[in-house]
Design a protein around this ligand. Structure first.
Ligand code: SF4
Length: 261
């Protein structure tokens, strides 16, 4: 049923075209300057956990789209996925082909756990959502899976590490879904395939409106930092450890020193 009153994205200041992805929004919510760094093209190096997670997600999607993968076929399925779209990441990681078996073994463990999750009502995997709710502002995300649920759909994000705090990411997907489909998902869910942790929320209209305000304000801040060349607020925390700006950030360095005791 269409939203009543209709959804309206908040006004944003005019500026350069900007694409805001789910991961950059999540980064902005943690530390605005880290997100500004991403917009400038500063990303961290490829990591082994990210590579394992990316490959596991490809295998989960393959399972949902084409059916269960037999144990004997998993290694070749992994190699096909790597050859299809992950070769560059493999090269960036510097993993030798001979080190791949350990990676595939890890993915096999995650896949075993994945197979115990409920997947009834499957509608789509790696569902790309993209919209331009304001002039020159593109919002982009990819939902791991969409399932039919009583009263609508369930959007699911699978984590291959700890669950962490998935709220901002799930709220961003909810907003994208509302803009594209004009309906609020019945349920948004994040599940750690590795640890079994789970977060489930029935999203409300208030969540959608609040997220839209936060996203619009992120757009304004990122555009203004881009225009002025100035930096945004730096909010230090455990995430600094993997921040590509750490070397030039005293706040981040102090946080990491503290964490290391
Ligand atoms: S090191 Fe930490 S505080 Fe500094 S920019 Fe990165 S995330 Fe922000």
């Amino acid at each position: 049923m269409p939203l009543d009153p209709p959804f309206r994205f908040p006004p944003v200041a005019a500026g350069e075209p900007l694409v805001l992805s789910a991961s950059t929004y999540v980064s902005f919510e943690r530390c605005p300057e880290q997100a500004a760094g991403r917009m400038r093209g500063t990303y961290g190096p490829e990591s082994r956990p990210a590579f394992v997670g990316g490959l596991a997600h490809r295998i989960f999607a393959r399972h949902l789209k084409s059916g269960e993968i037999a144990d004997a076929d998993l290694a070749s399925a992994c190699r096909e996925e790597i050859g299809g779209s992950m070769n560059q990441k493999l090269a960036a990681l510097g993993l030798k082909p001979s080190q791949l078996s350990a990676v595939i073994e890890e993915v096999a463990g995650l896949y075993q756990r994945f197979k115990t999750l409920r997947t009834e009502g499957f509608e789509g995997a790696e569902v790309a959502l993209e919209s331009e709710p304001a002039d020159g502002v593109v919002l982009r995300g990819s939902v791991d899976a969409v399932f039919a649920e009583d009263g609508g759909v369930r959007l699911v994000d699978w984590k291959t590490g700890a669950l962490g705090d998935p709220d901002a990411q799930l709220a961003f997907y909810t907003l994208l879904w509302v803009i594209e489909k004009d309906e609020i998902p019945a349920l948004i869910e994040a599940v750690s395939v590795k640890t079994g942790e789970r977060s489930e929320t029935v999203p409300s209209r208030a969540l959608v409106d609040d997220t839209a305000v936060r996203v619009a304000s992120a757009v304004d801040a990122l555009r203004s930092s881009w225009d002025s060349g100035g930096s945004l607020d730096r909010i230090a925390g455990p995430w600094c450890r993997w921040c590509p700006l750490l070397d030039e950030c005293s706040e981040g360095a102090a946080a990491v020193d503290l964490l290391d005791g």
